[in-house]
Design a protein around this ligand. Structure first.
Ligand code: IPM
Ligand code: MN
Length: 353
């Protein structure tokens, strides 16, 4: 009997459903070729549902999601909904409630893709960022007083405990070992200013590294310097580990160096639970329904999902198919500039898997 994976599909807003459709097209081919079955179920979470019902996410959602092996997400964000409501109410809530404590974001330049960094190619731009995904400025600790007055005070705290830091570091060290490339883990922090927060990270980093990962080289960079070297010498990096906020910021920078949001994928991972995979770009309302958006990020996210489910061969086949399409077919990765429509790009990848 072949394995069956239950996958919850959240197309979401804007171009989300369009790119997810192409990812599923590719997944279906991969499942036939590699001998497994996908049992897909759609969920209508997103801006349209919120506008209709007044509820971003039903309280039962996380429990429902726990019945699945993985979640594939398109995009969350609607022009008629105030910023923050859907992001916090759907995306962050699922990440937190499902304890997806790792946000894994590969920064990989595919062949044929143009990078804004002069004289760098696929050999130089190939690393992963392990972003902690539950704490930091995202923990919701803070408050406001005297709101609306000239003396208004706003506080939002960056919060980490040792447990969160340790489990994230462990994942990152394992990741460096598994990649087996430069066997280097770089901690990205700000120990010169955030002397409580990143002091905790730095001590935990060296303690764990010395005790359990003597084969992995340890490096440290301040976050501002990390941004500098990601542009100047991206080949220095193998695995970068960092907190939630710095991780959010540096992975957008990384995405641009790999050709933009059209190809940047990520996984919200709970190594012992249900993980959620997504293109890291937004819902791109202005391109919605035009069949011009690039589906490769969603397709790469689907590949990461298969990797995490244990279908490494199928995942590698998807990555190779994407690489062939970027190298030999697409003119550019931008929406409307690919030389092909969204559905055609899905077909091109699917027929190569
Ligand atoms: C991301 C996004 C989210 C984040 C937003 C939409 C809440 O920017 O996935 O990087 O900050 O994590
Ligand atoms: Mn972001």
């Amino acid at each position: 009997m072949s394995k069956t994976y239950k996958v919850a599909v959240i197309g979401g807003d804007g171009t989300g459903p369009e790119v997810v459709r192409e990812a599923i097209k590719v997944l279906q081919v991969a499942s036939r070729r590699h001998g497994f079955t996908l049992d897909l179920q759609d969920f209508d979470f997103g801006g349209a549902r919120y506008l209709r019902t007044g509820e971003a996410l039903p309280d039962s959602a996380a429990d429902e999601m726990r019945q699945f092996n993985a979640i594939l997400l398109g995009a969350i964000g609607h022009p008629d909904v105030k910023p923050g409501i859907l992001e916090k109410g759907i995306l962050l809530r699922l990440r937190f409630e499902l304890d997806q404590y790792i946000n894994l974001r590969p920064v990989k330049l595919f062949p044929g893709v143009e990078t804004p960094i002069k004289n760098k190619g696929p050999a130089e731009i190939d690393y992963v960022v392990v972003r902690e995904n539950t704490g930091d400025l995202y923990s919701g600790v803070g408050g406001v007083s005297l709101k609306g007055t000239p003396h208004e005070v706003a506080v939002q705290s960056a919060v980490y405990n040792r447990f969160q830091v340790d489990r994230c570091l462990k994942y990152a060290f394992e990741c460096a070992r598994k990649r087996g490339k430069k066997k280097t883990l770089a901690l990205c922090g700000k120990t010169n200013v955030l002397t409580y927060l990143y002091d905790l990270w730095e001590r935990a980093f060296h303690e764990m590294g010395a005790a359990e990962y003597p084969d992995i080289k340890r490096e440290y960079y301040h976050v501002d310097a990390t941004c500098m070297w990601m542009i100047k010498n991206p080949e220095w990096f193998d695995v970068i580990v960092t907190g939630n906020m710095f991780g959010d910021i540096i992975t957008d920078l990384g995405a641009m160096t790999q050709g933009g949001m059209g190809i940047a994928a990520g996984g919200n991972i709970n190594p012992a639970g249900v993980s959620m995979f997504e293109p890291i770009g937004g819902s791109a309302p202005k391109y919605t329904g035009k069949n011009v958006i690039n589906p490769l990020a969603a397709i790469c996210a689907a590949g990461m999902m298969l990797e995490t489910l244990g279908e490494a061969k199928a995942a590698a086949a998807i990555e190779a198919a994407v690489a062939d399409v970027t190298a030999h077919k697409l003119k550019s990765l931008g929406a409307g500039q690919m030389g092909f429509s969204t559905t055609e790009v899905g077909d091109l990848v699917a027929e190569r898997v």
